[in-house]
Design a protein around this ligand. Structure first.
Ligand code: SF4
Length: 371
């Protein structure tokens, strides 16, 4: 937490006296707290800053989730999707990746922490019981970093025990940090996966501001693996540059120096992609970024990506290098077409459900589930 500079906390009047909000405030030290009437007021106050997105990363909003906590990952048009569920518990994060899609996606720039945990539990129970024959994968790391504020929220200490006795749900925390202190002594019973997004140190330094170095992420992963957690890895976004082969090979070497490949439950690969509206935001906020230097072309879902031949070439090589270390790895592509799957692996899932079934099979081989 110390690495993130918090300048203000907005406290929604509607959650005054909420015990989770009180717990967070008790760790706020001298950070000024301003009472607000809902998200709109916090947004309005931040909109007066020239870089409201940047300022939002120094601002916490503690409020109530009035919508759905648990949502299906929207995936993207015409691509294979893995039927993942997103838990909207903390939205936005203090890490400032140049490529972060949230910069153009969220209306409210503050890091928003929802504290009506009883509603969260009810919705998660409802989702899991909606189909007891299916293994649901759910995670908090799609709209923010799962662990960046864990020292302050202690959310991992309620989520991990919640899932520890669930028979058809596996929970994923996804992070670019080393903030695993709260996790190490939890009784997780194999129902939580802790995943790290990985990239070459050069990319971390230039494009992932405020994130932990790759070396520190992997040290944290090692600690978690020693405590019996399953580890996930996300090579996403893969960044193309003339030295990409050397750089990603080095990442893979470092991964296997620290982590036992047999304990890696899944690995995703996803090439850099973004909707066109993000381009001017990246240009304004990160003028020194090299991320837009590659040639990027619009796909049929409207997002810009590297040429298919470049993506396929990167995926194939990375799969090959990963399998040199651990042939049994479960590797999947994020937001890619069947054609790309075929070119990379020589096969593709028939549809989204088929991919979901493969995940279920993988989860069962790691953790006893009732199905
Ligand atoms: S860690 Fe994830 S959510 Fe946070 S800025 Fe980077 S890409 Fe965005």
């Amino acid at each position: 937490m110390a690495r993130y500079e918090l300048r203000r906390i907005f406290l929604d009047r509607g959650v005054v006296g909420n015990p989770v909000a009180d717990g967070i405030l008790s760790k706020a030290g001298g950070i000024p707290v301003t009472m607000v009437n809902g998200i709109q007021e916090a947004t309005r106050r931040l909109s007066s800053f020239e870089d409201s997105i940047g300022e939002g990363k120094h601002s916490l909003l503690i409020t109530r989730q009035k919508g759905e906590f648990v949502k299906k990952c929207p995936g993207t048009h015409n691509r294979i999707c893995c039927r993942y569920y997103i838990i909207n518990l903390v939205v936005n994060c203090p890490i400032d990746c140049s490529y972060c899609i949230l910069q153009g996606y969220l209306n409210n720039p503050a890091i928003t922490i929802y504290v009506n945990i009883d509603d969260l539990f009810a919705q998660m129970e409802e989702k899991l019981s909606s189909n007891s024959g299916r293994i649901f994968r759910l995670g908090t790391g799609e709209l923010g970093d799962s662990l960046a504020f864990d020292e302050m929220t202690h959310f991992s200490t309620i989520m991990v025990p919640f899932f520890s006795n669930k028979e058809n749900g596996i929970f994923e925390l996804k992070t670019k940090t080393e903030e695993v202190g709260n996790l190490l002594d939890l009784d997780h019973r194999g129902k939580t996966v802790i995943s790290w997004s990985v990239n070459p140190e050069k990319v971390v330094e230039e494009e992932e501001l405020n994130a932990s170095t790759l070396a520190r992420r992997l040290d944290a992963a090692r600690k978690c693996q020693q405590r019996g957690y399953h580890i996930g890895l996300h090579f996403d976004p893969l960044i193309y540059c003339p030295e990409w082969e050397r750089d990603y090979r080095e990442v893979i070497e470092k991964v296997f120096e620290k982590i036992d490949g047999k304990g890696i439950i899944w690995v995703s690969l996803g090439g850099f992609r973004f909707p066109p509206y993000l381009k001017p935001i990246i240009g304004n906020r990160f003028p020194a970024s090299k991320i837009l230097l590659g040639e990027l072309f619009p796909g049929n879902d409207g997002k810009l990506r590297y040429l298919k031949s470049i993506r396929v070439g990167m995926y194939r090589e990375i799969v090959r290098w990963l399998r040199e270390y651990e042939p049994s790895l479960f590797i999947y592509l994020c937001m890619e077409s069947r054609e790309v799957w075929e070119k990379v692996f020589g096969w593709s899932p028939k549809d989204n459900k088929a991919l979901d079934n493969l995940f279920a099979h993988r989860v069962r081989s790691f953790t006893p589930m009732s199905q």
